[in-house]
Write a protein that binds this ligand. Structure first.
Ligand code: LER
Ligand code: MN
Length: 273
């Protein structure tokens, strides 16, 4: 089982990111803890130096399994479902601007909160229609570069669009693109999905990325999710990707990252298989 953790390349408001701040120091620390990769949260690719990021990460033998895009929503309000067509176009353009770095690193592009929420005066159907069109456009642009896109079902308190894995699978059907899959997050599934393991099994080979946080969004092991059982179900799907820690820096970032990797490694019966 390959383990990564979310690392922000710039200051971020999103609270479930253990590491922000000095990028080089954080990469060194994460590698030292035994992680295999860093999932990078990048608000705007034009504001980061991809060569430098890659150099720092590769110097520590780490991979970059995924790129998070949600800060473009959190900090700038971009979304695929905004009533303003200029905002929707900017969200699509921003997503497509991640393609070159994703192609170089093999990272999946994550669509989390960048999908937006259903705004006042917009019907659910209209918002879903915009979401489908935007993702089709992004998948068409990413496909020739071998880049995959993963939509993350997110709990009802953060968005009104695609809260559970079943809705995510229905969306994939509508998009109909080979390079479109889902990012499953145990924190959201614990709120929205009846049985996490059933959702993992149902998603199967459409699982493009996987986030772990416990029921309280602390590190795995701090709440009541049975990660042994969840990881067993994930492994049974044939998933070969990363299991990526996205949890709050509690009691502090270092302790959370260390306790998470210790808990997950203890449960890992599949390394080397
Ligand atoms: C992002 O991966 C996520 O899980 C969301 O909760 C963002 O708010
Ligand atoms: Mn997540």
């Amino acid at each position: 089982m390959k383990l990564s953790i979310v690392l922000s390349t710039q200051p971020a408001q999103f609270e479930a990111v253990a590491f922000k701040g000095d990028f080089q120091a954080n990469v060194a620390k994460i590698a030292g803890m035994g992680y295999d990769g860093v999932e990078l949260a990048i608000r705007d690719p034009s504001l980061v130096n991809g060569d430098e990021l890659l150099r720092s990460v590769a110097a520590h033998g780490l991979e970059i399994p995924a790129l998070g895009t949600g800060q473009a929503w959190g900090e700038e309000g971009l979304s695929f479902t905004d009533p303003d067509p200029a905002v929707r176009a900017a969200a699509i353009e921003r997503t497509q601007s991640h393609i070159p770095f994703a192609s170089r690193t093999g990272a999946v592009i994550i669509i989390g909160l960048l999908r937006g929420i259903v705004r006042a005066g917009v019907s659910q159907d209209q918002a879903m229609g915009w979401l489908v069109e935007a993702l089709q456009e992004c998948c068409a642009a990413a496909g020739p570069h071998g880049v995959r896109i993963a939509l993350e079902p997110i709990n009802r308190y953060e968005t009104t669009l695609v809260n559970n894995v079943k809705q995510g699978m229905e969306l994939l059907e509508r998009i109909g693109a080979e390079n479109m899959g889902l990012l499953l997050d145990t924190f959201h599934m614990n709120i929205e999905d009846a049985v996490i393991e059933d959702s993992v099994r149902a998603c199967g080979d459409r699982i493009f990325h996987f986030h772990v946080a416990d029921s309280n969004r602390w590190y795995p092991g701090a709440g009541h999710i049975d990660f042994g059982s969840v990881l067993e179900a994930l492994h049974a799907t044939g998933y070969q990707g990363f299991v990526s820690g996205e949890f709050m820096p509690r009691p502090d970032a270092d302790a959370a990252a260390e306790r998470s990797i210790a808990h997950l490694r203890r449960l890992d019966r599949w390394s080397g298989t």
